[in-house]
Design a protein around this ligand. Structure first.
Ligand SMILES: NC(=O)c1ccc[n+]([C@@H]2O[C@H](COP(=O)([O-])OP(=O)(O)OC[C@H]3O[C@@H](n4cnc5c(N)ncnc54)[C@H](OP(=O)(O)O)[C@@H]3O)[C@@H](O)[C@H]2O)c1
Length: 343
């Protein structure tokens, strides 16, 4: 099927045959990326085609760029990336709809995750990973939501079992996931302690954290508090340290850990999980998933003003290598956005 066929079968109009896209033919540093003119992706009967207005960066994109830890290559491609256009978070306008798609029409403004292909003018998406864009957000703001906010919501609610009144500590509170985690935990009625570096203390406090610990001055594992949930976005401490801050029955939800070359954090996290069995406290890790229902929950929270995206900088499509190099350093302030169509 060609892009032209798609236009006919889906009713899309004015869709070009080619587009500007960031492409990657091998794993490596950001200089392996090129901005090229490539054919449009063609949606199948169960997919939609999005005119991409904006995307945003996550550490996930760094892992896909570098092919590290090496275990990601089992899925992303053993010797080179299976999908040439990187980028997962997306916001834009639906311009073509597969015949079996329900819930979305041409012209709908959407946001969500596409796995790969978002650093381009057009991207295909599975409608199960999309929701309608919150009406009060620009495309750039909406693109800053999906992966980071879904991770925070699922970590706190589904995995952590957060209830109103719980005491929550967020380690790594100033990054993409952390800035949403602080706001979501507050919105769900928690008392929140946030851990970040010195220059980000004021920003994190402005998100509603009750207590902010500057990790360059104080150590959160020395705190007296018995936390119900530790959301660990940094994973930089052993179980013997982090278990001390948990109340009996409390849970450590880890989404990160020591960045080892082959298995990433998984060996250390498995070891911590085994140790946790011996002490009346719980430890788990999980991988977030892009579910429409959770995107809709986030859209409601965004529209009601309970949470809001925090954006450090907006880049253009040809600045994706620069933006990826920055996020790879691991100290971005909240979210980095790619503006693709001047939204
Ligand atoms: N399992 C999953 O499904 C999933 C999903 C999304 C992300 N992740 C992982 O979760 C981690 C966080 O993701 P992100 O998108 O929030 O990344 P990010 O935007 O790059 O943020 C990284 C955070 O780590 C903090 N940090 C670095 N060193 C620290 C330390 N010694 N102590 C405390 N905090 C420290 C940084 O804060 P400062 O700048 O203040 O140091 C920053 O807030 C990444 O490792 C990512 O790969 C996992």
């Amino acid at each position: 099927m060609t892009a032209h066929d798609t236009e006919k079968t889906s009713g899309g109009v004015g869709i070009p045959d080619t587009m500007q896209a960031v492409t990657q033919n091998r794993y490596g540093t950001p200089d392996v990326l090129e901005l090229t003119e490539t054919p449009l992706p063609v949606p199948n009967d169960e997919q939609v085609l999005i005119d991409v207005k904006a995307s945003s960066l996550n550490m996930y994109d760094w892992h896909m760029l570098t092919g590290t830890p090496y275990m990601v290559r089992a899925i992303a491609g053993l010797t080179k990336p299976k999908r040439e256009v990187p980028g997962s978070d997306v916001s834009g306008v639906v311009v073509a709809v597969g015949k079996d798609v329900t819930g979305f029409s041409i012209g709908d403004e959407v946001f969500g995750g596409v796995g790969a292909g978002a650093f381009a003018e057009y991207a295909i998406a599975n409608p199960k990973s999309l929701a309608h864009k919150p009406s009060n957000l620009s495309f750039e703001q909406a693109a800053a939501v999906p992966m980071a906010a879904l991770t925070a919501l699922q970590a706190l609610s589904d995995v952590g079992g957060l209830e109103s009144g719980h005491r929550v500590v967020v380690n790594g509170a100033s990054g993409g996931v952390g800035t949403y985690a602080v706001q979501i935990a507050k919105a769900l009625g928690a008392e929140v302690t946030a851990v970040c570096s010195t220059t980000k203390v004021d920003m994190v406090r402005s998100l509603g954290a009750d207590t902010v610990i500057d990790y360059q001055r104080d150590d959160y594992v020395d705190t007296e508090r018995d936390f119900d949930i530790l959301l660990d976005n940094a994973g930089n401490r052993p179980w013997s340290d982090t278990s001390k801050v948990l109340a009996d029955g409390g849970i450590n939800v880890s989404i990160s850990g020591p960045k080892k070359r082959w298995l990433g954090p998984f060996r250390a996290l498995l070891f911590r999980k085994v140790l946790a069995r011996f002490g009346g406290k719980r430890m788990t890790w999980f991988t977030a998933s892009t579910k429409r229902a959770d995107l809709e929950t986030l859209a409601e929270m965004l529209e009601s003003g309970q949470i809001a995206p925090v954006i450090e900088k907006v880049y253009s499509l040809d600045e994706v290598p620069e933006a990826l190099a920055y996020i790879g350093e691991g100290h971005a302030r909240a979210k980095l956005v790619i503006s693709i169509d001047g939204s």
